[in-house]
Design a protein around this ligand. Structure first.
Ligand code: KDG
Ligand code: MG
Length: 401
């Protein structure tokens, strides 16, 4: 089999998505997600101008060799744009392999290690009472694990919807600016979780995302104060460029730590994993070079009791969601999968076989990934510039969003 053609589709059914389609001489095609929130066009150009010309004519079954060619070949390694482009190619090639062999991708990754994939939902509210209502709503929908974020007086915070609609972090136009204050946040979060446990008891798995806003010692304090509420994880407590920062957190708390949605290679997590400073690695397929690389990362993590918890926000397209569910079904050290449902418009552009039932998701048994792209419908939603917000402290200093 040979790759005969490949092209990039950019569509914006509510938000921007970059999809790579790879065609072969046997009429089989594969899809890969290359979406990088706020930097979509950079990945599209990287693919169109620099990657596609190098893969036409190659055998799509050679996923390892093509991955190494795209990683080592350009001399310039890693980085989110490069790795999302490699991820798009790799995901599409595994889709082709599955279709050619008439089997779902999870069978190529080791087969089913479990019947269903435990997922967590997002509950949020402008204050604690509204967040509690949203937790109740998601529990009613069948979720067994829920991430809880809530607003509070004196600062903006991460993960809270502006209006009655669903939370969607990127906004049309140039980056909006938000104000951030750490101290009221640190006082607020333990109160939030005390109320959640009081109302919903111990059975529900609870999670919280700090979104890289704390220093290690602040995160240590928060983790310690959250211990009575037994979180499944505290996510992205501090920016992870300084991996040793997590040692400080670990020395102060037994609240489990998750990190990695902005990582793009095994090297970003190397010290975190081998020193057992984290419990869950959140890197997902599109941003870290696809199945070929993420499987190695998961296998490495398994040696250190670190489980997976793939990023699954709406800025990862249904192609990535499908890929993640095959991955989650197969890897032994799966932990949990994030599930932030896409809009109806997005689901119509990307028809798929994956399903949700009783707090779990299932990749379906269609050959390959079981997801498609309706190009005619996609064309009705052209690219629209949109960015994530930036954060400033109350005195105007730029800080992490
Ligand atoms: O593009 C950024 C989003 O994916 C991120 O803000 C979502 O933190 C996030 C999460 O945990 O889903
Ligand atoms: Mg997050």
């Amino acid at each position: 089999m040979k790759i005969t053609n490949a092209y990039v589709n950019i569509t914006s059914p509510g938000r921007n998505f970059v999809t790579l389609k790879i065609e072969t001489d046997e009429g089989i095609y594969g899809l890969g997600d290359g979406t990088l929130n706020g930097r979509e066009l950079a990945v599209a150009s990287y693919l169109t101008d620099h990657v596609i010309p190098c893969i036409v004519g190659r055998d799509p079954f050679q996923t390892e060799d093509i991955w190494q060619y795209l990683y080592r070949g350009p001399y310039w390694r890693r980085g989110p744009v490069t790795m999302a482009a490699i991820g798009a190619v790799d995901i599409a090639l595994w889709d082709i392999k599955g279709k050619a062999l008439n089997t779902p991708v999870y069978n190529l990754l080791g087969g089913k290690s479990r019947e269903g994939v435990l997922v967590y939902a997002h509950a949020n509210g402008k204050d604690i009472d509204h967040a509690l209502e949203d937790v109740a709503k998601h529990k009613e929908m069948g979720y067994k694990a829920i991430r809880v974020q809530s607003g509070f007086a004196g600062s903006s915070t991460y993960g809270v919807a502006k209006g009655p609609g669903r939370y969607e972090p990127a906004e049309r136009g140039l980056p909006p600016e938000q104000a951030w204050a750490t101290e009221p946040y640190l006082r607020h979060v333990p109160t939030l979780f005390a109320r959640v446990r009081e109302m919903f008891g111990e059975e529900l798995h609870l999670l919280h995302d700090c979104h890289h806003r704390l220093t290690p010692i602040e995160a240590g304090r928060l983790g310690k104060e959250l211990e009575p509420f037994h979180l499944l994880w505290m996510e992205d407590p501090t920016p992870a460029e300084l991996q040793e920062g997590f040692k400080v957190i670990r020395e102060h708390t037994t609240t489990p730590i998750a990190v990695g949605e902005v990582f793009n290679s095994i090297w970003d997590a190397h010290d975190l994993i081998r020193n057992q400073w984290i419990d869950y690695i959140r890197t997902t397929l599109v941003h870290a070079g696809g199945f070929t690389h993420l499987k190695k990362l998961a296998d490495f993590a398994e040696l250190y009791h670190v489980r997976t918890g793939c990023h699954g926000a709406t800025d990862l397209s249904p192609v990535c969601m499908a890929a993640a569910l095959h991955f989650d079904t197969a890897v032994h050290n799966f932990g949990i999968q994030e599930h932030m449902p896409h809009s109806d418009e997005t689901d119509a552009v990307f028809p798929h076989h994956y399903t949700f039932k009783d707090g779990q998701m299932f990749p379906g048994d269609a050959p390959g990934l079981g997801v498609d792209l309706d190009e005619e419908l996609a064309a009705k939603y052209p690219y629209q510039r949109a960015y994530l917000p930036v954060n400033r402290k109350l005195d105007g200093t730029l800080t992490d969003w």
